[in-house]
Design a binder for this molecule. Structure first.
Ligand SMILES: Nc1ncnc2c1ncn2[C@@H]1O[C@H](COP(=O)(O)OP(=O)(O)OP(=O)(O)O)[C@@H](O)[C@H]1O
Ligand SMILES: [Mg+2]
Length: 385
């Protein structure tokens, strides 16, 4: 069996440096490889890649700057792990920008202005959300997978939940899902606590959907040279589902899992977001008091959203919102620090003021990431709409 791994001419250099470390007995820089480097696997990969990259045997060498293919031969069970070593720098042509932060803290507001700002400077900007891909003009692969995984995150999150003495039942087909406005209906449920298996599985499906979204939508856009703006870094959703599972596990004496087991499962997922293939070129944590986010969300829609409180753990509404968002905010701080995200702190001030400061920060970071774009020369011209 032959598996083809494509990159942008960087695997050779990275593999050589791993081999140099192996020979000298030096330890591997784990942070560089997403925090889960394993010398056995590194050596395995080196043994598979070495003949191809050193002799050209089996490798289709292309001119510098274009994609290069390296054939890996060996035990296919290891290929999934090999993804962890894919160099971030492979996506050099475009730029992936992503915003992290608690619900309602102003990510979309800032992101929309950034898109307008970058387009005003002549850049091709593609805002990407999983939701927008559901009805976009996409081929059956990946769209069908994105639709079924999307519905399943809700199905799992509410798995075992009971509303007015009935188990929550959701449509299986996407056409029925949209026709019945299922997500709106979930917002009206008076759901009682569900089993921890639902949110835990939802976290993994959420992760799976974002693996597909990144590989099949974001990465091709970057390879076309576009600026991809992701208004919410999907680590947020996966973290919330994990926190819900954790809450239910702790609260339920009969839980099938211990809190430690839930943590154990989440750690590699978190590393894949932070230091693995899903991490953006420019990551911005939008930070601020969760009480302010609640106030803004209530002003916007009158109530907290279906995925914004701990309703499936029996804690709906404002109290559940503050608890879930405070726990998320603590994890976001640690994540931002660990993986070098910049932090934009919003305060109780007019939206224009917060956006102005946020744009300045993000544009400066983009200019650092892509100096040849000369972004800072024309100055920013954000005006409140
Ligand atoms: N500085 C601000 N002052 C007042 N209102 C604000 C400010 N920033 C954002 N808002 C308002 O807060 C609400 C939530 O903002 P937004 O939708 O951008 O948040 P979000 O982080 O994208 O939320 P979600 O996580 O749900 O996607 C909006 O109504 C927005 O206009
Ligand atoms: Mg948003």
């Amino acid at each position: 069996m032959t598996v083809v791994v494509e990159d942008h001419g960087l695997v050779h250099a990275e593999v050589k440096s791993m081999e140099a470390m192996r020979r000298s007995g030096e330890s591997h820089d784990r942070s560089k490889w997403g925090g889960s480097a394993d010398s056995v696997i590194i050596n395995f990969i080196w043994r598979q890649v070495q003949p191809a990259v050193t002799s050209g045997n089996g490798a289709h060498q292309k001119p510098a700057g274009s994609a290069r293919k390296v054939h890996l031969q060996g035990n296919p069970r290891h290929y999934g792990r090999a993804i962890m070593f894919h160099p971030q720098t492979a996506e050099r042509r475009g730029l992936h920008i992503s915003f992290l932060g608690v619900d309602g803290i102003g990510k979309s507001t800032l992101s929309e202005q950034l898109v307008a700002e970058l387009r005003g400077r002549g850049l091709t900007v593609t805002p990407v959300t999983w939701r927008s891909c559901l009805d976009a003009d996409l081929p059956a692969w990946p769209q069908q997978a994105l639709r079924t995984l999307w519905m399943d995150t809700f199905r799992l999150l509410f798995g075992g939940a009971v509303d007015r003495d009935e188990h929550v039942i959701l449509p299986e087909r996407y056409e029925e899902w949209t026709a019945q406005r299922s997500e709106d209906q979930l917002g009206r449920l008076r759901a009682t606590a569900s089993s921890p298996s639902g949110p835990l599985a939802a976290a993994l499906v959420e992760f799976a959907g974002n693996v597909v979204l990144h590989a099949e939508v974001i990465r091709p856009a970057l390879e076309r040279g576009e600026v991809v703006v992701q208004e919410t870094f999907p680590y947020k959703h996966v973290l919330k589902e994990y926190l819900l599972a954790s809450e239910l596990t702790t609260a339920n004496a009969n839980s099938p899992y211990s809190p430690e087991e839930v943590d154990f499962l989440f750690k590699p997922v978190e590393a894949f977001f932070g230091g693995g293939a899903l991490s953006p070129d420019v990551g911005i944590l939008v930070d601020g008091p969760v009480e302010l986010a609640l106030q803004w969300r209530l002003g916007q829609s009158g109530a907290v959203g279906v995925l914004e409180d701990l309703r499936t753990a029996g804690r709906p509404g404002d109290e559940g919102f503050i608890a879930l968002q405070s726990a998320s905010a603590r994890r976001f701080h640690a994540f931002a620090q660990k993986y070098g995200w910049i932090v934009h702190t919003v305060r109780d001030a007019p939206v224009e003021e917060n956006v102005r400061r946020g744009l300045d920060l993000v544009l400066a970071e983009i200019a650092r990431a892509r100096p040849s774009w000369s972004l800072m020369t024309s100055g920013t011209d954000f005006r409140a709409s």
